[in-house]
Write a protein that binds this ligand. Sequence first.
Ligand code: DP6
Length: 334
Amino acid sequence: MSQLRRATALAHPNIALIKYWGNRDAYWRIPANDSLSFNLEGLWTRTTVTFRPDLGTDRLVLHGRPVTGETLARVQRVLDEVRAASGLAWSAEVLSENNFPMGTGIASSASAFAALALAAAAAAGLTWSERALSRLARLGSGSAARSVPGGFVLWRAGRGHEDSFAYTFAPAEHWALADCIAVVSTRPKVVGSSQGHALAATSPLQAARVADTPRRLALAQDAILRRDFAQLAEVVELDTHLMHAVMQTSQPRLLYWHRASLEVMHAVRAWRAAGRPVAYTLDAGPNVHVLCPATLAESVAADLAVLPGVNEVRVATVGGPARVLEEDEGLASN
Ligand code: DP6
């Protein structure tokens, strides 16, 4: 494998229960606050990196289409770090594909940069620890730091590059939760997360949200460790509303919710009031992630699917870590 200078890796996206919004240091992606998530089994990005002596420049191909500009530059940030650490000077070809729609609030950048970090490091012959790979993924996309470890994950903001990485605090098998994703739009979002993070500090609410994060994080972690759905539901929804309040009061204001997003939020509130263990959370997009015990996922997904404006429901359970694939597990195609 190392002679070929090629490796393929697979990573899952993750859903944040305590959100990352705003950076203290945008260049190094040192976040304003700690965050907590779980990986989404069943959804993945698969990426093949090949370092080649005959390439004049790095090449990125997503779903068979060459990509340049800002996205390629972010990929090159990760490749440059790997080249600097390994001493390898060659350019790379990066082929990547997802099994879910990009740019819709299902965090494709998280799985994309986690898979890229693992594939690039392996292709260059680096045998890095999980935390070093989490740091590397973070340079491409903050939430990608959380897609490197498996199961229930905490990303401590840290003070700088060295101590800003994510780790597993409970394995995937700890609690059989599901995320039923009500897809209400597959159009790319107007303002992406990276631009959004830069606006967070313009909201008068951001400082209060950040200051209260240790309390919410402790409540969420405790709820997960004790498998207390009612406690988790309250803190997850509070955290989502705090982040969207910051988004909605930034300059310019960011309003990611669609009419159908509100339909789903109201339905989930009514179901929970009637005793059903469900809770919602939304990232920087209109789709609604509805959490529930995995045993109820089928019935929750069926009820979400018939709500007005819901196009599709994807169900994911708690997923494992990003991993390098063996040659015979297949290269990313295209
Ligand atoms: C709303 O990790 O996508 O999904 O670091 O600029 O790539 P970049 O941002 P990104 O931000 C994720 C924001 C969020 C909340 C979360 O996942 O914690």
